[in-house]
Every structure is written in C-alpha cells, then in structure tokens.
Design a binder for this molecule. Structure first.
Ligand SMILES: Cc1ncc(COP(=O)(O)O)c(C=O)c1O
Length: 472
C-alpha cells in the first residue's frame, strides 16, 4: 500500500492518506478531542449491522415474523440502545438493571426477553408489570412467575429455556484449549431447564390461567464459528421441540428464540489460545447470512422430521458480539517505548489504556488487531508487546507487528464494540473511559469518562476512622 492510497478496512473504517478514519473522522482527531483511552462506536455501522441481521433472517425464515433482540449485556450504553429501538428491535435482558435500560430505551415490552438463571421476585414483578416476556429457567421460576402473576392479576407471557443434548456436536469447543466437544462443553453451561424436569412441567404451565406459554428459547454461546455446529445446534433444538410436541399433546411453540453467539467478522475471540492461534490470520468468521442459513435450515429440517408445523412461527435471535463488536474501536495514546537486548531481546509500546478496559484480553483470550492511527499505511518493521498502564503484566497484544511508532501516536484496537466497556474494571483505581458516538463527520460523548471521585463514590469511611477521631 502506498501512503497516499485510500483503503476501506470495512464499511466503517478506512485508511486515507495513511491515517485511520472512523466514518468521516480521523481517529487521531477523536483521540485529541476527547482524550484517551476512549471507546468509539459508529452509529451508521451499528444501524447497518442490525438491519443486515433482520434482513438475513427475514429472507431465510419466510414461515413467520423474525425478531432480532440485541443482547444488551454486550453494550449497555443507552444511546446505542435507543438507536436499536429506532431500528425496531427487541432486547435480550439479564436482571433488573438491564431490564431497566431496555424499558428506559422504549423497547416494546413484548419484544423483551427477560433471560438469566435464578431470577428473583423484584425482577419478575418488574417484568410482569412492564408486560415483558420471561424466559423460565427452572421449575422454581415457574412457581414464582405464576404466584406474582396471580397477585398482579396479569397473564404472564413465558418461554421455556431449553437444554438440547447437542448429541451430534463432537467438534471441539473454542472455550477449551484441550479437546472438549461442543456437546460436552455445552452441558457445563448452567442455563436451561433439564429436559427431565421440563417434561412434567409443561402440562402444569399450559393449563395455568395465569400463564401464556409462548415458546422456547436457547442460547448456544460462542463455542465455535463452524457452521456445522450451528446447524447441528438448531437441529438438536428442533428435535427437542418435537419431543415436547409429542409429550404435551401436540403443543407447538409460537416463538422459537435461538439466542446469540455469532462471531464478528474479524473475530478476535480466543485467538490467543493454542487452538485460536491455528486459525489463519486475517480469515473472516462466517457472515450473518451464513449463520442465518445454518440456523434456519437446521431448525426447519428437525421440525419437519418431528412433524411440528413451522408456518407462522416467530423466529428470534439475540446477537451480542456479532452485532456490536466491529462497530467499535478503542483508542489509546502511546506514552513510552522501550526495549532491551539482554538477557533477551524485548520491546514494549506502553499505552495509556489497560487490559482492564479491554477485559476480553483476559476473559476470552482475545487477540486484538492494532492499527497505529497516524501510520496506518506504514509497513510493519518491528515486533513489540503493546502493553497497558496497570501494574500487572498488562500485555494487550503480545508480539504485535507494528510500524515505527513514536510517543504521542495513537493506537486503535479494532473490534472492541462488544463487552469491553460493559466489563471494564477499576483496577489500580483507574477511572473507566468514555464512549464516543461517531455519525458521519460528527462525534459526541454518549458515556462520559469516570472521574477519580466516581471511583471512590461507594466508599464509606466509618466516623471512628476519620481524621478528627483519636485511635482507640
Ligand atoms: C441469553 C443470551 N443471549 C444472547 C447472548 C449474546 O451472546 P453473544 O454476545 O455471544 O452473541 C448471551 C451472552 O451471553 C446470552 O446469555
């Protein structure tokens, strides 16, 4: 690439005259204007992504309506949620705070799925008062929802969260470095009602006047990007629906929610594991359309085999990382550069951010793609660890291939729009970064950075420990 050529990295990011741009704004300009570290999200990018999800599943599920319920846990900025509401989507929520965020953002309650295991009474009450659907995770929850619905004189709309056996899924799960099959790894994941408990629960729920059993829900999670796994998952879910259909006198779900877990195209997830390291650098994960093909084909096939009609059935999906991740970058400033030759050669590019603000470095063993904002077209000529500011090892990208970098340069980590702000932590009493929303050539703060006062806001120093009191 010559320094003057313009190159699109994707539909949001481009390199213009050697400088990284987010939509129509230079990344270094954002860094200077808003300070670093900072999360940056693209409004048009997020809108395009969610429209693509809706279209992909609508095109492949002509049997009935399609609802996309973005998973708010991936990024709970209220401004982002508002724009997803404008796009007509529902919401996957967990717990009272996420339900609050969805309701605050005017999501239609009938498009909310209140998920999560071990729900408590305040959550159930709030969900039922609002008219949100509740995904039942255990017999205990069914009793709780029924009791609360009776007290509130409402009919609760519920779905059963399933635990399909995924018997055929012998492919390795990306959650493990050693060979553990998706089938076995999925069993270790706690959500869902064990089928042996669900079978006797159905007749009770179906005959309860306080309950409207609208359907079923399942969430595979990001075990694999292998489309055969996704098709197999949908098949196993369809077969389990067939079992319920037979056991419950021909019952049919009106809604089938297949959850999330789809990868973002550059998929940084688990790339720092031994298995992830074997993936071809630069290889893209399956497209939204391919995921939609795999899921609808698998589900349709299994339902047909079980003689469960599909006509009119609502299909729902709950994308998180696949929707938000590559709509965002994280910007940082280079504070220092150092290297040694002995006892071993090492170089470090020290930044003003931290793995604490890019926590999937640790949780999901992500390997991020770094781009030096003002040298985006320069050839890589060195290998260095890009490190964070905390007092830990804080290696954000080990052995990164980089151009010559100077103090004051800005580095963008790509694909950080999902889960990074949502999981960021205050280790070393570091205030968490702001989030900026870029829209064309405009940019504004949608979440301000924390202050030092914010970090210590929850602290309470007992009176006896305050400076004026004498020690006992
Ligand atoms: C119930 C449910 N739905 C959707 C998601 C989103 O998953 P992802 O971000 O992998 O798409 C999650 C994530 O944990 C979840 O628990």
């Amino acid at each position: 690439m010559t320094p003057s050529s313009d190159v699109a990295l994707d539909d949001i990011l481009s390199i213009r005259n050697g400088h990284l741009f987010v939509e129509e704004v230079a990344a270094e300009e954002l860094a200077r204007r808003f300070g670093t570290p900072v999360y940056v999200m693209s409004e048009s990018g997020l809108r395009r992504r969610v429209r693509r999800y809706i279209q992909a599943f609508q095109d492949r599920w002509p049997e009935g309506p399609v609802h996309v319920l973005p998973s708010i846990k991936a990024n709970y900025s209220l401004a982002l949620r508002r724009l997803l509401t404008q796009e007509g989507t529902g919401c996957d929520t967990f717990g009272l705070p996420e339900l609050y965020a969805a309701l605050q953002s005017q999501v239609s309650p009938e498009l909310i799925s209140v998920n999560g295991s071990s729900k408590d009474r305040p959550l159930v009450e709030q969900a039922l008062r609002a008219g949100a659907r509740i995904t039942i995770d255990s017999p205990r929850e069914l009793t709780l929802v029924r009791d609360v619905a009776r007290e509130l004189h409402v009919r609760a709309r519920i779905r059963f969260r399933l635990r399909p056996p995924y018997e055929e899924l012998r492919q390795p799960s990306d959650f493990h470095d050693e060979e553990v099959s998706v089938r076995d790894a999925a069993q270790a994941y706690k959500p869902g009602i064990p089928t042996e408990a669900l079978l006797p629960l159905g007749p009770e729920a179906l005959s309860a006047p306080e309950l409207d059993v609208t359907g079923v829900m399942v969430h595979l999670g990001r075990h694999s990007t292998d489309l055969a796994v996704w098709k197999g998952m949908a098949r196993s879910t369809g077969a389990l629906i067939g079992l319920l259909h037979d056991a419950w006198g021909g019952w049919e779900p009106r809604e089938i929610d297949l959850g999330g877990g789809f990868a973002a195209p550059r998929d940084p997830t688990a790339r720092a594991t031994a298995r992830g390291g074997q993936r071809t650098p630069g290889a893209l994960a399956p497209s939204v359309e391919q995921y939609a093909d795999a899921l609808t084909e698998g589900l349709r096939g299994a339902l047909a085999e079980s003689r469960v009609p599909t006509k009119g059935k609502v299909l729902e999906v709950e994308p998180g990382r696949g929707l938000y991740a590559d709509a965002g970058i994280h910007l940082t400033t280079v504070r220092n550069i150092k290297s040694q030759t002995k006892p071993e050669a090492r170089s470090w590019v020290e930044t003003d951010t931290s793995e604490m603000f890019l926590l999937d470095t640790l949780i999901e063993k992500n390997r991020w793609t770094p781009v030096v904002a003002e040298r985006a077209a320069d050839l890589s000529s060195q290998t260095a660890d890009i490190v964070g500011i905390s007092c830990g090892f804080d290696v954000i990208v080990p052995d990164a291939r980089l151009p010559v970098v100077a103090v004051g340069d800005h580095i963008a980590f790509l694909d950080t729009g999902a889960y990074q702000d949502a999981t960021s932590a205050n280790f070393n009493a570091m205030p968490r970064p702001a989030t900026i929303l870029v829209n064309g050539s405009e940019a504004e703060i949608i979440k301000r950075a924390e202050t030092v006062e914010d970090v210590f806001r929850r602290d309470v120093v007992p009176v006896r420990l305050q400076p004026s009191s004498s020690p006992r």
